[in-house]
Design a protein. Structure first.
Length: 90
């Protein structure tokens, strides 16, 4: 499985791609953490003037949160699957 968030800088433009096309780019706990890291990178790069957010695949930009992964984690019905699931965003 590849990265769930891809980041590319093209000159002064940051291109951020949500990369879970099989789930219509629904935001998972891992994606949330990776997005927070990416936004920090964008914020801290003085050369970036604009950010474009896009979604992989041809079905949806982003279908929202992956509730099947978030609700059990947030309600503690299941433990985190990995260190990403227990890491705070940001």
């Amino acid at each position: 499985m590849g990265e769930v968030v891809n980041f590319e800088r093209c000159g002064h433009v940051a291109v951020i791609t949500l990369n879970r096309p099989e789930a219509r780019n629904a935001i998972s706990p891992e994606m949330l953490v990776r997005l927070a890291d990416t936004w920090t990178q964008v914020r801290d790069d003085p050369e970036i003037r604009v950010a474009v957010v896009t979604g992989a695949g041809d079905k949806a930009f982003c279908s929202g949160a992956d509730l099947g992964r978030f609700i059990p984690l947030m309600s503690r019905a299941r433990p985190p699957e990995d260190e990403i699931g227990s890491a705070p965003a940001g």
